[in-house]
Design a protein around this ligand. Structure first.
Ligand code: DGJ
Length: 767
């Protein structure tokens, strides 16, 4: 709900309230963002500081802007903090004074050429620069049901001279004096979303200048009151619907109040008379219930207002991807065989990853030439897709359309289509195509349209494997090079808009060497993202946990891969690889046909289990539950609270372990639930020479005798089953079956190796 009275603006969601007013002089003063307050008058309490001691400055109305909480900070007029807007006027001056003009309630409003969240109720506040014909429009959208507020800004040059935009941020949030921490998510390739919590003092930033939203630092961030945690404390979260360079700043000023800003990264944009420039949309949420509270608001927001179209609410297929199975060695025969093996385990989609197009035997060739390699696929793509479909699974394809290999027909024809100079840092032997040029965007749209229409393709993995470094376009004049990074993203969005509209039922999965472009912007076009190239279960549980703060599991591609793992060479139990991947969109990054027959059986059971609980696993509300060091426990709960699933992952098994209860979250207190565990059969070989303690005959590790014994002797399987109320599960907890820890093994013990886990299910018991 949006209330507008006496120049006071109150934006309310189910649980939060946000308020600001225009001061008598017309400066927008921020009043409050936090829990929803009972009465509109409750929001109007902050004083306008008319005077500040010392050498602080006053504006013409006697207001000291240095410490005034504001909605739209600018350069000059005594405000020393990072501004929302920074422009250079024709005389070279940057001092800028925006004052309230009027407000409107537009039906629908989103930044031009960029994605916006769907739905919501919008308020547009128009400000005018006091001495120039420059207008600043602030757009606020309230997504009441999910407690999220969206913001973006538009600058309009209504004058007769050019101005240069140095900065146009999407959101600014000024918080009153307090003790806060900043939480950001940083990393690198295969190490995405590592949470970093820092005391907020001085100036901190979270940003990317890699041309993509990046695995170095995701745009999602939180600010919390010091001492807040998973389940308690005031937390404000910010995110951006943008896939390029971004910048977030957090500053504590000389008087102890805090300014947060977030928007596009480095920019220098020439704004001609009559032109406008839009920022991307940003979003924010507030929860008084800690980080879990934020996740419980951000997840439904992403599910309902970001992801859209045919796949928004549809269960996603279980896939087998060829990358870790074949790498570049794809061929018609191998892909059909992989499809057969995929069908055999119950998977529904076969994805042919990199290596399928003309001359692509490693990463040095052919990006840009989107034609099948007829040596590898002699019958062509359409015939291959037909044969894959005939195996009973759908066909998906990998592409990397924004890139160009130096060794390609496209490069030979258009060497000038690359971004940057020819002599530049090279990643994976490829250049980035210059998406600031309309003809390049058109080429990508045309070549992808031809490709996707040429065969029965149900899924596309859209990859992007290098960052932007020499951010220069020969197509633009020297004084407009500061626009290239943003124009690249605008070009990309134009392409994605056209293609996803042309192929609405194709399931697009975004990828950038895993999570190098994991953001809300991409999610507006593609409903899921390949979260990381790291498929190791132990690393993945950490990475997926990082994502879970701001993104629901329904957007995370998570695959079971071989052991030893290809990124870490770590061995981990198959059940554990599945349990971790099951808390996301399940796939297999291996050839199931290479597994032993008992492992194939185990995988078949996994797929069957996942299908039976797919809606819960993909779309249930995720909660991070309390867990000890070196462990994590995550639950997903059905919207009506009638069922839940949870995975308890342990990095290292300990001898003589302590008996520690696990505490659930998200279950409904009054409901009665029956918990069951999904265990798998323990194997004799898991025990090595210890098996001889029980065995009448000598068993050597790796011997045929061991294999035969394993087939004949079925060891007891741990099975937990008990019934209790939701309150009891959450507050008293439950005890997992005692793990094996050097003290004997029987049905009342649980075999837990390092990097092992258990998956539990809760089903409501009707009395
Ligand atoms: C990087 C992706 O993240 C991988 O999954 C795979 O698709 C390769 N690119 C292929 O080149």
């Amino acid at each position: 709900m949006i209330l507008t009275e006496k120049k006071i603006f109150i934006l309310e969601t189910n649980r939060t309230g946000y308020a600001f007013r225009a001061t008598d002089g017309g400066v927008l003063q921020h009043l409050y963002y936090g829990c929803r307050l009972p009465r509109p008058e409750d929001y109007d309490s902050a004083p306008v500081i008319l005077n500040q001691p010392g050498n602080a400055l006053l504006d013409g109305d006697g207001v000291c802007r240095e410490d005034l909480l504001q909605e739209a900070g600018t350069v000059g007029w005594g405000d020393l903090r990072a501004p929302l807007v920074d422009v250079t006027f024709p005389d070279g001056g940057r001092s800028c004074d925006f004052r309230f003009s009027h407000f409107e309630r537009p039906e629908k409003a989103g930044p031009e050429g960029m994605p916006a969240a769907v739905g919501g109720e919008t308020l547009k506040v128009v400000l005018k620069e006091r001495t120039h014909d420059l207008y600043l429009e602030l757009y606020y959208t309230v997504y009441e049901d999910t407690n999220v507020i969206g913001r973006w800004s538009r600058l309009i040059n209504d004058g007769t001279e050019t101005v240069w935009v140095n900065r146009l941020m999407s959101q600014q949030l000024d918080l009153p004096v307090g003790e806060y921490d900043l939480v950001t998510f940083r990393g690198a390739w295969a190490r995405e979303m590592d949470m970093l919590r820092q005391k907020l003092s001085g100036e901190l930033r979270w940003s990317s200048n890699a041309g993509v939203s990046s695995n170095r630092c995701n745009p999602f961030a939180m600010v919390c009151r010091r001492g807040s945690g998973e389940e308690h404390g005031d937390v404000w979260a910010l995110n951006l619907l943008y896939s390029g360079d971004h910048l977030g700043t957090a500053q504590v000023n000389a008087y102890g109040s805090v300014r947060l800003t977030q928007g596009m990264g480095t920019l220098r944009w020439e704004l001609l008379p009559g032109e406008k420039l839009d920022s991307p949309q940003a979003v924010m949420t507030f929860s008084a219930e800690g980080f879990n509270g934020v996740s419980c608001q951000m997840h439904p927001f992403v599910r309902r207002h970001i992801v859209r179209g045919y796949w928004q609410d549809r269960e996603r297929p279980i896939l087998v991807n060829s990358w870790e199975a074949l790498y570049f060695k794809v061929s018609h025969r191998k892909v059909v065989s992989l499809a057969r093996n995929a069908k055999n385990i119950g998977a529904e989609l076969l994805v042919m990853d990199d290596g399928w197009f003309q001359g692509r035997s490693d990463d040095s060739h052919a990006l840009g030439d989107w034609k099948a390699d007829l040596k590898k696929l002699p019958d062509g793509l359409a015939a291959l897709a037909r044969e894959v479909n005939a195996q009973g699974v759908r066909f998906g394809l990998w592409v990397e359309p924004e890139m160009i290999s130096q060794q390609s027909e496209l490069f030979a024809a258009h060497p000038d289509w690359i971004l940057g100079h020819r002599d530049q840092a090279i990643g994976r032997n490829q250049y980035v195509l210059d998406l600031t040029r309309p003809e390049v965007c058109q080429y990508i749209c045309d070549s992808m349209t031809a490709l996707l229409s040429s065969a029965e393709i149900s899924y596309v993995k859209w990859d992007m494997n290098r960052i932007l470094s020499d951010v220069f376009s020969p197509a633009l004049p020297a004084d407009r090079q500061g626009e290239v990074a943003h124009r690249y993203v605008l070009g990309l969005y134009r392409i994605l808009d056209e293609l996803t509209k042309a192929f609405p039922e194709v399931l697009f999965e975004s990828c950038a060497s895993g999570g190098n472009r994991f953001d809300l912007g991409m999610l507006c076009y593609m409903p899921q993202v390949w979260a990381s190239d790291n498929t190791d279960a132990a690393c993945r549980s950490h990475i997926q946990m990082g994502y879970s703060y701001g993104y629901p599991q329904s957007v995370l591609g998570c695959h079971v891969s071989d052991s030893p793992n290809h990124q870490t060479l770590r061995r981990s139990p198959l059940r554990s690889r599945f349990n971790v991947a099951a808390l996301g969109l399940l796939g297999y990054e291996m050839d199931p046909g290479e597994l032993s027959s008992d492992k194939i059986e185990e995988v078949r059971e996994q797929v069957e289990f996942y299908k039976a609980h797919r809606r819960l696993l993909q779309f249930g509300q995720l909660h991070r539950c309390p867990a000890g060091d070196g462990e994590c426990f995550t639950m997903v709960i059905a919207p009506d609270g009638s069922e839940a699933a949870g995975v308890h992952f342990v990095w290292e098994n300990q001898p003589n372990p302590k008996s520690v209860p696990l505490y659930c979250r998200g279950l409904e207190g009054e409901k009665l639930y029956r918990i069951t565990s999904r265990s798998t059969r323990p194997h004799i070989m898991d025990f090595g020479s210890l098996a001889n303690y029980m065995s009448p005959i000598r068993i050597r590790s790796g011997s045929l005798v061991e294999k035969a014994a394993d087939r004949l002797v079925k060891l007891p399987q741990d099975e937990l089953e008990l019934t209790a109320s939701g309150t009891a599960f959450c507050h008293r907890g439950f005890y997992p079956i005692q793990p094996f820890g050097g003290t004997g093994f029987n049905g009342a013990t649980r075999l837990m190796r390092d990097f092992d886990s258990r998956l539990y299910l809760w089903a409501e018991e009707k009395e």
